[in-house]
Design a protein around this ligand. Sequence first.
Ligand code: ZN
Ligand code: ZN
Length: 164
Amino acid sequence: MLRTVEITAELALPLHSERSHNLHWQKKLELNLDCFICGRTGRITRFEHGAELAVCTGDKRSPHPTAARIAGFDVTSRRDRLILRTVVDYWWAPFHDTERDRPATALTRAPWVRISAGYDCLQSHETGSFSIQSNQVRPVNEVCAHCAAPLATDARSPAIRLLT
Ligand SMILES: [Zn+2]
Ligand SMILES: [Zn+2]
């Protein structure tokens, strides 16, 4: 059956910044899902916006395509916040993970997501990126890898919510 998950994330922007780095969300993410195809719970699944398939990383040695996609990708840019609301659709069916001896759930038991942000450094004419993820120590102050200008503060864990 088709399941839909909403993920929201935000970065706090430094006040008085000149926004010289064109900070933006990159259109890809990693989300762990219970995958009925390989019969394993909590598999990291890689999504790219615009792709009709996602890739389940399986047991590392056997990644496989899966019917999952980014269905919505809405960015809100405020004076002091860069906000992302993304919606992910995926096919899910009940199964039992024999390796971990646990039943699959529509939203995996310990949801985890990684989202990336990119930037352009005008001073050095280089690009850079960093990622934010569930279960990391916060707050984290992100700075430009090239000129050390403050870019954003990662102060809040992304929220993951099963919609249907
Ligand atoms: Zn899988
Ligand atoms: Zn820079």
